[in-house]
Structure formats: structure tokens, C-alpha cells
Design a protein around this ligand. Structure first.
Ligand code: URA
Length: 247
């Protein structure tokens, strides 16, 4: 690690915790399940519902999609939100980071990950040389804040997923980083614990996807930063191993 990066991690309180351990990342996939919701919280995977309007979402351009999300009433979450949180960043990003749903601050500001977990997410990105908005797009599975920050229910996920799917088609990212149990399980339609989903390269809509812990979880469990560091390196390696697109 360069001195510059070490200094940056120190400043953010992430050094020396974020040190790569000797074990290869893939070995983590067989480790005992980590505690992020692994115990009893596993929700049933959302059914792949086809709703009225899905086909038109699949044809929208960026501006139409943004307007559709802003005025969306496809589930009851619109009733309690200040505003929908569409997503932010580089529309030609190679990295797509996907979280769960907006929290209170995100609902007020209209941007994903602006609270304390957003600061940690920015530090995670910086650790692998990335910056919000530069080659990175950040979005959530669900675009409207669930009341009291509860997990979205399967029907809310099903209503919102066509928006994320269209974002993926428009961005055409080269790697997806799924943050946390909820995003990973919803996208992969599984109730496998996150401790077993991380450490492997999955695929979502034809894009390689790496799963890691949610920054909010990490704030409560700092020792797991080492695992997140491994996941970030796995994502970076997966991206680097892809054939370069023709100029
Ligand atoms: N947590 C998330 O999953 N997404 C946000 O936008 C904020 C917090």
C-alpha cells in the first residue's frame, strides 16, 4: 500500500484495521456466517412479479426514468417519503454500488448514502482508489424511505426493481458491489446468509457482482472492515480481469 493511501486510511480511522490478510478472499465463502442479519432475519426472496408499467420502464431514457421515479406510486412507500432517491454518480460508471433503501437523511437530501454510513462508504471507495461520482454510480434497491427505516417488504422490492434494472441497462457497469444482506439477498433472490454470499463473484443481469457488508453494519462491527477490504479487492480484481472494451 502506498504511503498516500495509508495516510488517507489513517485519517479516516480505517488504518491499521483494513489490512489484507493472507487468506484468499474465496476462502471466506466457507467461513461461519457473519452476524449481519444472518441469525433469524432472513426474509423470503421477493417473487418476480411482473407489474403494469414494467415494460415501459424498460424502454425509458435517463430523464424519463428520473421523472418516473420522482413521481412513482407503485407501492405505498410514496405516501411517507419526502422525495424519492433516484441514485447519484457517473452515468458511464464502471462500478455500480447498490444499497438497501434511503434512510432519513437520504430522504431529506434526495441522495443515497449521505449519513454516517455514507462517509464510511466514501472511505471504502477511497481505499480502492475510487471516488463517489467518478467512475462510480450509487443507487438503492428501493428508492423511497421505508417508515422507521424498516426493511422493505418483498412487494416493495418487486415494485421498485424495474427502475434499478433500467439503471443497470443504461449505465452498463462492469462490476456491481452489493452492500449488505438485504441488497444481496434481494438481487440474488436467495435467503443465503451474507457470510456465505460474500467472497464469491455472482452475476446480476449479466454483470459480475460482489457482495460485502453494509457500511451501517460495519459502523457497529469495525473488525469486519478487514473482510470488506478483501471484498473490495475481489471486486477490483474481477473488474481488472475483464477484457477491455474496444476504444
Ligand atoms: N443505507 C442504504 O442502504 N442506502 C442509503 O442510501 C442510505 C443508507
Amino acid at each position: 500500500m502506498s504511503l498516500g493511501r495509508e495516510a488517507r486510511l489513517r485519517e479516516l480511522g480505517l488504518w491499521p484495521v483494513w489490512r489484507l490478510r493472507a487468506a484468499p478472499a474465496a476462502a471466506e465463502g466457507t467461513a461461519a456466517p457473519a452476524p449481519e442479519g444472518d441469525a433469524a432475519e432472513a426474509e423470503p426472496a421477493p417473487a418476480p412479479l411482473i407489474r403494469r408499467g414494467d415494460a415501459s420502464i424498460a424502454r425509458m431514457d435517463w430523464d424519463e426514468l428520473k421523472r418516473a421515479v420522482a413521481s412513482c406510486t407503485r407501492c405505498a412507500l410514496h405516501e411517507g417519503r419526502t422525495q424519492a432517491v433516484f441514485g447519484t454518480g457517473d452515468r458511464h460508471a464502471r462500478w455500480l454500488v447498490i444499497g438497501e433503501a434511503p434512510g432519513e437523511k437520504e430522504d431529506l437530501q434526495g441522495e443515497p448514502f449521505v449519513g454516517p454510513s455514507g462517509m464510511l462508504l466514501d472511505a471504502m471507495l477511497a481505499a480502492v482508489g475510487l471516488k463517489r461520482g467518478e467512475g462510480v454510480y450509487i443507487a438503492n434497491v428501493v428508492k423511497s424511505r421505508p417508515p422507521s427505516n424498516r426493511d422493505p417488504v418483498p412487494s416493495e422490492v418487486a415494485a421498485c426493481l424495474p427502475y434499478l434494472e433500467r439503471q443497470i441497462e443504461l449505465i452498463r457497469p462492469r462490476i456491481i458491489l452489493a452492500l449488505g444482506r438485504f441488497a444481496a439477498q434481494s438481487l440474488l433472490m436467495t435467503d443465503t446468509p451474507i457470510g456465505r454470499l460474500r467472497g464469491h463473484v455472482h452475476e446480476y443481469h449479466g454483470v459480475p457482482m460482489v457482495v460485502t457488508y453494509h457500511p451501517a453494519y460495519l459502523l457497529r462491527n469495525p473488525p469486519d472492515k478487514a473482510k470488506v477490504w478483501e471484498d473490495l479487492l475481489l471486486a477490483r480484481r474481477t473488474l481488472a480481469a475483464q477484457p477491455q472494451p474496444e476504444a
